[in-house]
Design a protein around this ligand. Structure first.
Ligand SMILES: CC(C)(COP(=O)(O)OP(=O)(O)OC[C@H]1O[C@@H](n2cnc3c(N)ncnc32)[C@H](O)[C@@H]1OP(=O)(O)O)[C@@H](O)C(=O)NCCC(=O)NCCS
Length: 165
């Protein structure tokens, strides 16, 4: 097991994040909504802008960013007890090594510190590795979202998963 650290991503992480995101989007199309073309079109300035929202978290080994996830809190008063997690990605050499677990534990702690009641996410019904990972971390399948995403014109289904805090 390597030593991983979890932290909020800031604009200065933009270059590391842009490169890792592009790799993830190209290698794991089922793990992202954004297409490779859309990810490629985001230059460093756009990535700085995205990260300035404070809605991304990362996992590092030393100075190397090896994974990241979105943590998007709802803002309207009737739904501000909820946040959506995603995308959620760890680079292949660090999968199965504890990096993903460290990042998920970090997000859960952030959500608890923010006083939220539940975390939510969508995952492709055939992304078996991600499903096993989320279930191990306490998420349960609540519904199937049919025709949720179209990947190169092919319709795909997602599970909607929730973890109570
Ligand atoms: C999803 C992801 C973050 C999980 O992190 P990870 O480090 O690989 O997770 P772990 O190895 O700790 O756990 C994965 C589980 O799937 C199992 N697994 C491994 N390979 C598998 C496979 N090919 N099919 C099904 N299960 C698999 C592991 O044994 C483990 O099971 P367990 O929880 O019962 O021990 C990571 O694989 C990833 O970044 N995938 C690509 C992007 C992606 O699909 N993200 C999810 C988008 S919703």
């Amino acid at each position: 097991m390597k030593n991983y650290t979890y932290q909020k991503l800031i604009p200065d992480h933009a270059e590391l994040w842009r490169i890792l995101r592009l790799k993830g989007v190209r290698d794991f199309p089922l793990g992202f909504l954004v297409t490779p073309q859309e990810a490629e079109s985001a230059d460093n300035d756009r990535c700085r802008e995205i990260l300035s929202s404070g809605t991304y978290r990362g996992v590092f080994t030393g100075q190397e960013l090896v994974g990241f996830c979105g943590y998007h809190r709802q803002t309207l008063s009737r739904i501000c007890h909820r946040a959506e997690v995603g995308p959620f990605y760890v680079a292949p050499p660090h999968q199965g090594q504890g990096a993903a677990s460290q990042m998920m534990q970090g997000v859960i702690q952030d959500a608890e510190a923010d006083g939220l009641a539940q975390l939510e996410l969508f995952v492709d019904t055939e992304n078996t590795r991600a499903l096993a990972f989320y279930e191990r971390h306490g998420f349960t399948r609540c519904a199937t979202h049919r025709d949720s995403v179209r990947v190169d014109g092919t319709s795909r289904d997602d599970y909607f998963m929730v973890r109570r805090l």
